[in-house]
Design a protein around this ligand. Structure first.
Ligand code: ASP
Ligand code: MG
Length: 421
């Protein structure tokens, strides 16, 4: 069985959905399970709906309208026969969402509410694709992945409960997927009290890997609007090159440092069962793209990973005493409490610094609590972190030419530069 994954960009409009159908029509003789993300940027829009709902900003109806208009434009274009099944299902989902956001919310439950609302993006996209395929004569079975992807209740970053997930997939999904083309959602799962959970932004790749692992798939293909995994973001570097073959461990490291082509958790389940991962262009499906698999050689070409909107946080003790173990313990436990992931950490006798993504209000809360420990904090925002994997002299010169280097950290052949452009 093959697992295919289509991201938001590949189903961002009616043309995208038609492309998906054209591609799937070529695989009708094979066993395929298809994982689909929310359309285009609709997850971002759903995040705005969450904020408007929780903080009662008065923009809720405006965003709901925008979400409707966006999807109905696609539905209207695809559903030319005006067959009602697609419209019925979509309308019902919108109704469900609109009723949900009307219910009173407790701000303390932000992450829980987030998962209940944001999961609608994938529900809507998969319904549209599944009905469109049926209308085109491509038989398929839509399923709710929340019946199979069983997670804990760490909302917005839920962890898979592997035993339960594997058992239910083997028992209920496998026989079904062996007979039908299956269309299902990425990114979402079900928590301990039957609520929706999400696996972290861009988590659909990971969903595809979980299905692949539990179904013993022969391969996973992530269909994208780029040729495959490149050694740099082609929008940022003119001479970016395609990497044709990548070992699992190189892929894990690149994803860990923030290469956005593959979600960091994706590789591990595939590696455990030696399932190859293809990253291919849905615009040129005949091209090979990138294959990630078990390789005996390491990647040698330098890879550039750019992360914007970084913040540098410098902590000092007010009385210039040493940053001792006790301070460090408190700092790390607060980082864990607010789920702030450090991209770089550095410490000296009297200071401790870290670089993190400048996300939402997590940092503010973290900083406020650090101050209560008697630490002085200084933050510098709007920085860019460039990580070079397999750095060579030319790549180091390149970084120096594009901005002021504020901080540099070397770890074997990997160099991190924090720069101010
Ligand atoms: N729709 C989700 C997101 O945009 C999941 C995904 O695209 O993989 O983060
Ligand atoms: Mg997406």
């Amino acid at each position: 069985m093959k697992i295919f994954k289509f991201g938001g960009a590949s189903v961002k409009d009616a043309t995208g959905v038609r492309n998906v159908a054209a591609l799937l029509s070529q695989y009708q003789q094979e066993q395929v399970l298809v994982v689909i993300s929310a359309m285009g940027k609709s997850t971002n829009l759903l995040e705005k709906i969450v904020n408007a709902c929780v903080h009662k900003t008065g923009e809720l109806n405006h965003y709901l309208q925008e979400l409707r208009a966006y999807h109905y434009a696609i539905v209207d274009e695809l559903n030319t026969s005006k067959a009602s099944a697609m419209v019925n299902d979509i309308e019902n989902l919108f109704l469900e969402l609109e009723c949900l956001v009307e219910t009173p919310v407790n701000i303390e439950e932000y992450d829980f509410i987030y998962d209940q609302i944001v999961s609608f993006g994938e529900m809507i996209s998969t319904k549209i694709v599944s009905h469109y395929l049926l209308n085109q004569g491509i038989k398929n079975q839509w399923i709710d992945s929340r019946n199979f992807i069983i997670t804990d209740d760490r909302y917005r970053d839920a962890r898979i409960q592997w035993n339960e997930t594997e058992q239910i997939i083997t028992k209920r999904l496998k026989p079904l997927a062996e007979r039908n083309l299956v269309i299902t959602q990425g990114f979402i799962g079900r928590g301990p009290v039957n609520e929706s959970t999400t696996l972290g932004r861009e988590g659909s790749d990971y969903s595809a890997a979980v299905f692949a692992y539990c179904l013993d798939a022969t391969s996973v293909t992530i269909w994208k609007d780029v040729a495959g995994v490149m050694n740099a973001d082609p929008k940022k570097m003119d001479n970016a090159e395609l990497i044709q073959e990548l070992g699992y461990s190189d892929a894990i490291e690149l994803a860990y440092y923030g290469a956005s082509v593959i979600h960091p958790k994706t590789i591990q389940p595939l590696m455990a069962k030696n399932i190859p991962l293809h990253v291919k262009s849905f615009l040129n499906p005949q091209d090979d793209g990138t294959t990630v698999s078990r390789l005996s050689h390491k990647l040698s070409v330098p890879c550039y990973i750019f992360k914007t909107d970084q913040v540098l946080v410098e902590l000092k003790t007010k009385d210039f005493t040493f940053i001792v173990e006790q301070n460090l313990e408190q700092i790390f436990s607060l980082l864990a409490k607010y789920k702030v992931r450090c991209n770089i950490i550095q410490n000296s006798a009297i200071s401790f610094s870290f670089v993190a993504d400048n996300k939402e209000n997590k940092l503010e809360k973290l900083l406020a609590e650090l101050v209560t420990l008697g630490l002085e904090t200084k933050t510098t925002e709007a920085l860019e972190l460039i990580t070079i994997y397999n750095a060579n002299n030319a790549s180091i010169q390149y970084v120096g030419s594009i901005g002021n280097i504020i901080l540099e950290q070397k770890n074997g052949n990997t160099i991190h530069y924090l720069i101010n452009r």
